[in-house]
Structures are given as C-alpha cells and as structure tokens.
Design a protein around this ligand. Structure first.
Ligand code: PLP
Length: 455
C-alpha cells in the first residue's frame, strides 16, 4: 500500500509550505507532500485549485450542517456587519444579536437551562467550563471538589486545560500534559474493549462500575464533574453501547458529580435529534456547543448552564465583585447572527429530520459493507458513522503500522473525489446535514470502490 498522492505542487502549495504552519499536520512530510488547496464550496461539495470536485464527507471538521454555499448565512453576516460589526459583552454591555441567540438556545435546550455563555471555539468553551466548575466549588465552600473526569479517547480540545480532558495520547505527548486534577476513565468501545461473551449491557455495566470505582478511589467529595461526548467523535466515532448512558448518569447522580455534555460534534441534529442528549436521554448540567452551531461559517461556541451550575457562580461573582473571565470576541455579533440564521435554516428545512431519515439510509448502506474483508466494524447514528478497518477480522487487527490502512483507503477515496477523515484505521463520515439519499449512495459506492482497490 503505497503513497498515491500526486507530487506536483502549485505555487500556492509551495507558498503554503514556505510560510504557513499547520495545525494537526506533520510539518516535515507536509513540506514534501504539499497541501490540498481548497478554493470553493457548493452544497455538500468542495473544489480544489485544479477544479476537482469532492464530496465533503466530513462537513469540513464535523461542522458545516447547511452546506458550503448558504447565501442566507452570508446575508446574515453582511446585515450584522453593516449594523453593528463588533461589540462586546463585558461589564453589563450587551447587543441584540447575542440576546436573541441566547434566548433561542435556551428554548432549544432539551433540559431546563438557565444561561448561555458565549465563547469562540470548542476548546475555549471546555476550558471555560473547567474554570467555572472550580469557581463554583469555591463558591459552595468545597475547595477540594476540583477533579474532573473525562474518558480515554474523548476529545475536548487543545488548550492546556481542554487538551488535558482529551484522552488521546497524541494530544499529550510532547506537551507535558495532562495537568493535575484531570482523570480519565474507560472508553465505551464495545467492539474493541468488550470481553469474550460479554453482552453490550454487561459491558455498559462494567463501564459504569469503572467510573464508580474511580470516583470512590479519588474520594467522591473531590470530583466536580464528568465530561463526555454523547457519541465520541475524534476518538473514532464511538457510539455508546446500549444502557451505557442511563448507568453512567445514575453513578453521577449518586455522587453529586455534574455532567458536562460536550455536544460540539453531536449538537444541532447530527444524531437525528436536535441534541444527542435527547437521543440518549441524558440530563446534562452543562452543554458545550460549537461547530454546527454556526455551520462554522463563523467561529462560535456556547456553554449552556443550568441553575445548579449558574446560581453559585453568580453568588461568587457578587462576593468577588466580578466574574473575572471572558473573551474579547465571545458572543461576537457577526458570529451569533450567523448562528441564529443557521439554526433558523436547520429548523425550516427539517435538517434534523433529514439527519434521522437520510442518516438511517447511510447507516444501512455502510452496514452492507460489514462483510467486506477489510471492514471490522461499522457503527454510527444519524449522519455520523465510523468504519473500522482491519486486515485480520478475527484478531481485529490492521497493518503493523497503526493508521496505515486507514490512510491508504482515505487517500484512495480522495482520488475518487471523497474527502473523509481517517482516525487511525477508522474512516469517519459526518457529511453536511443537507445530504440526500442519492448523494449517500454515491458516497458509499466510492467507499466500496476504495476498499476493493486497497485489498
Ligand atoms: N469538543 C469536541 C467534541 C470536539 O470534537 C472538538 C473539536 O473537534 C472540540 C471540543 C474542540 O473544538 P475546537 O477545535 O473548536 O477548539
């Protein structure tokens, strides 16, 4: 399985190599391989500098719900730019766009939420939640209640604090992370982590027992919150096993540990409901939203806090004089105006319903690949799916070098005009919510072709 990328690098490509440092990129191989230069987008498609068109099967970075050419978002941004291009929310100031969108989000929330705090990225939002949890524990006179539990393979961002929550070695190695106070419990990946003969329900019971054992070992009074994505995204699209969430929620309730649902990927329809907290019937105290909140046309994230979370923080800010936290661009008027219009579109065009219906078609078509010799497991819900590749089905192993098989199939797909993301040997699919059944068929046909060509 060789490197099939073309070696011709354009002027833009070589300028990129010369002047630009990329996130999540090997800087040395980048210099020889060069970038894929994307120039425009249209619906579920993007186009590169050579005019080649791709199905963007990852919606960018799990984010462009309404597609890549939504004029209404452009108009919303323009209107806001013309009226009030910037204002801030510090020291009792506000603006109409933030107020309106905060109200929209509270109305939309699947559980009673008290307030919205705006930030600019998923990482910033999780980082903020961590600080607010510590502030809350101090407010409640529980200065030892500061530890946070996340999960192996969870993804919560890349700031010092949020990267510590993230449970992927690649985000810790070389950075001296994680920081203290952050602990990780087991990852609910049944297909890979389940024991021989263990049912999905038994596996979920074991996962909840692991969490409980960790809480007891550390001391229940020291644990502030549990952070989790309802469906794990960047860790490999890991769908929770049956009964997992009800068992986890019961442990959290038993020990007065708050639940932070990181819905940065799952929110706004991805799993076939507006929020995955509805799909899995969980009752988070805090919800973290980003990405599809604005279809990523503007950087935006939002934290929804219930009164259990907000009220002690409000009291503490009164005691200390001010909440000493906030970002210049948090709740940027253009970003929240785009967010508002984006949510309007998601509702008017029934995109959540489309994620459920067209998502079921995607899951069914991908499930049809289960018998392929290179497919270990197919998993997903709504319009998010993962295809875990193997070369030895019985042993559940791929090539000796982890990720090599996934990279090879991903490259082949790119040649065939599909952009996906290989997370190690798992191919992730998370297309725009506007995708239709025919486009799903084209996508899955290309996946089949890429798998066949890689055998
Ligand atoms: N949380 C989850 C679940 C994510 O998937 C991501 C990004 O992929 C983040 C947080 C971090 O968001 P950002 O990249 O905007 O900082």
């Amino acid at each position: 399985i060789g490197d099939t990328m073309s070696n011709s690098i354009s002027q833009q490509g070589s300028d990129d190599i010369a002047f630009h440092m990329h996130p999540y990129t090997n800087a040395i191989t980048h210099a020889s391989q060069g970038p894929l230069v994307i120039t425009r987008g249209d619906g579920i498609y993007v186009e590169d500098e050579n005019g080649k068109k791709y199905i963007e099967a990852m919606a960018g970075l799990w984010s462009v719900a309404v597609g890549f050419s939504e004029q209404r978002l452009v108009d919303a941004a323009m209107r806001q730019m013309q009226t009030l291009p910037f204002y801030h929310l510090f020291t009792h100031k506000t603006h109409e766009a933030a107020v309106r969108f905060a109200k929209t989000l509270i109305d939309l929330a699947p559980v009673p939420m008290s307030k919205v705090f705006f930030t600019n990225s998923g990482s910033e939002a999780n980082d903020t939640v961590m600080k607010l949890l510590w502030y809350r524990s101090n407010a409640l006179g529980q200065p030892n209640k500061k530890k946070l539990i996340a999960r192996h393979k969870g993804y919560h961002g890349v700031t010092i604090a949020s990267a510590s929550l993230t449970g992927l070695p690649g985000n810790h190695k070389g950075f001296d992370l994680p920081i203290e106070r952050v602990l990780h419990t087991t990852c609910p990946h049944y297909w890979r982590e389940g024991k021989d003969g263990e049912t999905e329900e038994d596996f979920a019971t074991r996962m909840a027992a692991d969490l409980e054992a960790l809480i007891q070992k550390e001391g229940p009074d020291t644990i502030a919150a549990f952070f989790a994505e309802p469906v794990m995204g960047a860790g490999g699209v890991i769908v929770p096993p049956k009964t997992y969430w009800e068992k986890i929620q019961a442990v959290l309730n038993k020990y007065d540990v708050l639940l932070v649902a990181d819905e940065v990927i799952c929110g706004f329809g991805r799993t076939g409901k507006m929020f995955a907290s509805e799909t899995y019937d969980i009752k988070p105290d805090v919800m973290v939203l980003s990405k599809q909140i604005s279809s990523s046309y503007q950087p935006l994230s939002a934290i929804l806090l219930n009164s259990r979370m907000f009220d002690p923080i409000a009291d503490e800010s009164n005691k200390l004089g001010v909440l000493g936290h906030g970002f210049t661009a948090g709740g940027h008027p253009v970003a929240v105006a785009v967010g508002q219009e984006n949510v309007n579109i998601i509702r008017e065009r029934n995109l959540v319903q489309n994620a459920a219906v067209t998502g079921a078609h995607l899951q069914q078509r991908l499930a049809g690949l289960s018998d392929h010799p290179l497919v270990g497991e197919v998993r997903g819900v709504g319009l998010i799916a993962g295809l875990e590749l193997v070369t030895d089905k019985a042993a559940k192993t791929a090539l000796a070098s982890p990720g090599q098989l996934g990279t090879a199939v991903g490259r082949k797909l790119q040649e065939l005009g599909v952009i996906t993301r290989n997370i190690g040997d798992t191919l992730a699919f998370c297309p725009p919510l506007i995708i239709n059944a025919e486009q799903v068929d084209t996508l899955v046909d290309a996946v089949t072709q890429a798998l066949d060509a890689t055998q």
